[in-house]
Ligand binder design. Sequence first.
Ligand code: TPP
Ligand code: SF4
Ligand code: MG
Length: 296
Amino acid sequence: MDLPEEEFIYPGTRACAGCGMALIYRIALKALGAKTLVTVPASCLTVLHGMQGFCSTKVSVYHTPFATTGASASGIVASLEDKGLENEITVLAFAGDGGTTDIGIQALSGAVERGTNFIYACYDNEAYMNTGVQRSGSTPYGVKTTTTPEGKLSHKKDMPKILEAHGIPYIATGIASYPLDLFEKFKKARTIHGSKYFHILSPCPPGWGYDPKDTISIGRLAVQTGFWILYEIENGIFKLSKPSSRYLDPLKRKPIEEYLKAQKRFSEMTQQQIKVYKVYIDNMWKDIKRRIECQN
Ligand SMILES: Cc1ncc(C[n+]2csc(CCOP(=O)(O)OP(=O)(O)O)c2C)c(N)n1
Ligand code: SF4
Ligand SMILES: [Mg+2]
């Protein structure tokens, strides 16, 4: 109710019912407004936009080859600067986890190292969904995909940490289940000069194996179990976001089993694998606690 009423995506897109990515995109565009130019690589978001000749958004969208999202954003920003329009138009790169953590990582690294003035948002549905659920560097441990039929053996790549090593002014995580948190972060990012990076968990009913009506509750469980942590890093200062702040206390977190059991992709996880998850989550939070204590 507190989000602006104006919509920048027309109704009836080709995304699946309950698509987390469509919600994230909708919220991001509400925060950034009409004067936004988006660059998008091959992904489910390409499908949302529609076939050539049509576009389901009110803002202009540039479809760029899979590996080139960061480079295309740098080019668009350079062109706007040449025309004196850099303060008028926000450049938003919006890519999936495959297009970000794997195939687009070098172009992204180059763009932020050059200090390109843009926002890069990775919507993370934790696999290559558009091509039928193959594992990516962002697929979590234990998840079954068509290329990890026995479950993935390694944990997700920590992209925000990699981006932080580039020394950029703003990094944030998000999820559409907490829409105001996500909206406010995009609004803030718009006012910051330089490279801004978002990593946003994006529940996906067919890829994760749950009913489309449960997208919001699955996202909330990701946060409530401590698996997905909402935070911002502004000029090197780490800040837990309000929806996650109470979970610094491990006793407040819901058991991770509640999140895992709600999704078919985690089916057949052994007790041993669940223990690995518990240690993984505890370690993430211990790191955060140490970091907050060092800052104070
Ligand atoms: C160079 C190249 N390799 C492979 C593809 C095929 N392809 C299109 S979309 C896609 C999956 C993208 O995965 P991700 O970035 O996670 O976005 P999602 O589909 O999950 O939204 C792949 C492999 C392509 N278009 N170009
Ligand atoms: S496969 Fe998943 S990410 Fe792709 S459109 Fe459907 S719900 Fe969205
Ligand atoms: Mg994906």
